[in-house]
Write a protein that binds this ligand. Sequence first.
Ligand SMILES: Nc1nc2c(c(=O)[nH]1)N(C=O)[C@@H](CNc1ccc(C(=O)N[C@@H](CCC(=O)O)C(=O)O)cc1)CN2
Ligand SMILES: Nc1ncnc2c1ncn2[C@@H]1O[C@H](COP(=O)(O)OP(=O)(O)OP(=O)(O)O)[C@@H](O)[C@H]1O
Length: 179
Amino acid sequence: MSKPTPSPASPKTEWRTWALEARRSLDRASLSAQLHRALLPALVDAQHVLLYAATAEEIDLLSLVAALPETQFYLPRCAPQRRLAVHAYPCPLVTSRFGIREPAADQPEADPFTLDLVLVPALVLDQRGYRLGYGGGYYDRFLPRLRPDCRTLGIAPFIVAELPTDPWDVPVGLLSGGG
Ligand SMILES: Nc1nc2c(c(=O)[nH]1)N(C=O)[C@@H](CNc1ccc(C(=O)N[C@@H](CCC(=O)O)C(=O)O)cc1)CN2
Ligand SMILES: Nc1ncnc2c1ncn2[C@@H]1O[C@H](COP(=O)(O)OP(=O)(O)OP(=O)(O)O)[C@@H](O)[C@H]1O
């Protein structure tokens, strides 16, 4: 039996624990396939798209690369000072100390200003686009560095009414029709 959903007043740590546990009972493969299909219309207009390399528990969207051969995809890398570096994909990948596959540090970096669309992984999103990640603050620092017309789309297995927020949180776009 799963735990009750925390409230907007609950601390982020409590939400993180809840989301990490709740996602264990999901069918990740079918959720990934569903999101892949739902994202295709949003991707047709984008030329430069930041994706992420999913862990074994996350929604895996790397299948989009083969489905959209005209699109230039990019992957993030956790650089020092919690900076998110961006690299064109395909490129050689290594597994980071957090267990996430990411571009090797010796690969050339891309300019975040090139990006038209950023798919932002999250443990849980709320209906306003606020997200909860693993707590590194990588995307909170990264999102303000994007071109003002760059679109963002949060990717999470759950969308709740309202998450607790901090002043640095940057809301992301939501897929119309739910995520
Ligand atoms: N697949 C995937 N790639 C991604 C993300 C993601 O959510 N999914 N990220 C989304 O942001 C970034 C990596 N996020 C991370 C967030 C926190 C920590 C981290 O430092 N974790 C600490 C606990 C937090 C702390 O105490 O500061 C740890 O595990 O010890 C690492 C990576 C970039 N790449
Ligand atoms: N723009 C910023 N500048 C400096 N520090 C920041 C900024 N954004 C977030 N942080 C720091 O990052 C930490 C993590 O923030 P938060 O819990 O919101 O992460 P998260 O959104 O879950 O993680 P992630 O973005 O990596 O998925 C916080 O302790 C905060 O102090």
